[in-house]
Design a protein. Structure first.
Length: 287
């Protein structure tokens, strides 16, 4: 019987543990952790993600501040806002929701966020610490995937993990996290010939390509753990992932649903990173 990697339940559990830790700090007279979320433009999907992040923060006791800039905002307006938030002592973490409007220098903007507030884990310093297997603010989706595997007792060490996708947000950092945990890691992408020949070797298959239903039964080794990062809405409004769930579900030992798999774990990880940044700023010793 295939088991479901229930990200919604796991994330709820993580959030309530975090809430208890935040409550303890508030009872001790400390301020709330603060997260700033910057959204540039009117991308409807981004607006939903930002709203979900805001609600999750409020529930956990994190003060969430949203900054909305119009789609024709200039790079220097955005940089000025980042600089202001970098200096704000009540803000522990800051994220700039992606995608940014075309023409903006995404890396330059991300590097402007002070590294101790970079709760997305995108900047060179945090990415370098991850590379060196040092404590750091890990990118939220990869961190959430590892937490989901751990929470369900899924062994990583010694397993062959295949990551499909090489983005800076998911594929690359996820590959490093899996490697740091002792997996044998293969990274595939759009230029990989005969993708199925490699994915069929995967004990753990993680897919983050942005291509709906790229992965079907022919890509799966029976008994594999399948993690689907993709989320797409078809014309009838139904959500689907990068994995053709119905086609592969009976072959897998574990699989993430879409929705309710990786998505909620990304948000829970963002809250955890904000807590870690807060602990760093207040000198709280959080293991
Ligand atoms: N857009 C989609 N995923 C992410 C993410 O993890 N962080 C940010 N900032 N934007 C995103």
């Amino acid at each position: 019987m295939t088991k479901i990697l229930d990200g919604k339940a796991c994330a709820a559990n993580m959030r309530s543990q975090l809430q208890a830790k935040i409550d303890a700090q508030l009872a001790d007279g400390k301020r709330r952790p603060g997260l700033a979320v910057i959204l540039v433009g009117e991308d409807p999907a981004s607006a939903i993600y930002v709203r979900n992040k805001h609600r999750a923060c409020e529930k956990a006791g994190i003060k969430s501040m949203q900054y909305l800039l119009p789609s024709d905002a200039t790079e220097s307006q955005l940089i000025d806002l980042i600089d202001t938030l970098n200096e704000d002592p009540e803000i522990d973490g800051m994220i700039i929701q992606l995608p940014l409007p075309a023409g903006m220098d995404v890396v330059k903007i991300q590097e402007r966020v002070r590294s101790d507030k970079d709760v997305d884990g995108f900047c060179a310093e945090q990415a370098g610490l991850l590379f060196r297997n040092r404590p750091c603010l890990e990118s939220c989706t990869p961190k959430g995937i590892i937490s989901l595997l751990d929470a369900n007792g899924i062994e990583i060490e010694g397993q062959h993990a295949v990551v499909v996708g090489r983005s800076d947000i998911v594929g690359k950092p996820l590959s490093i996290l899996l490697l740091n945990r002792g997996a044998t890691v293969s990274i595939c992408h759009s230029k990989t010939p005969d993708l199925a020949a490699i994915t069929r070797q995967a004990d753990i298959l993680c897919v983050a390509t942005g291509k709906r239903h790229l992965i079907s039964a022919e890509h799966i080794k029976p008994g594999a753990v399948v993690v689907d990062v993709g989320i797409h809405r078809d014309d009838s409004g139904k959500l689907a992932g990068d994995v053709n769930y119905e086609d592969v579900v009976d072959l897998c030992s574990w699989i993430t649903p879409v929705p309710g798999g990786v998505g909620p774990m990304t948000i829970a990880s963002l809250l955890e990173n904000t807590w870690l940044a807060y602990c760093d700023h207040l000198g709280i010793n959080e293991a």
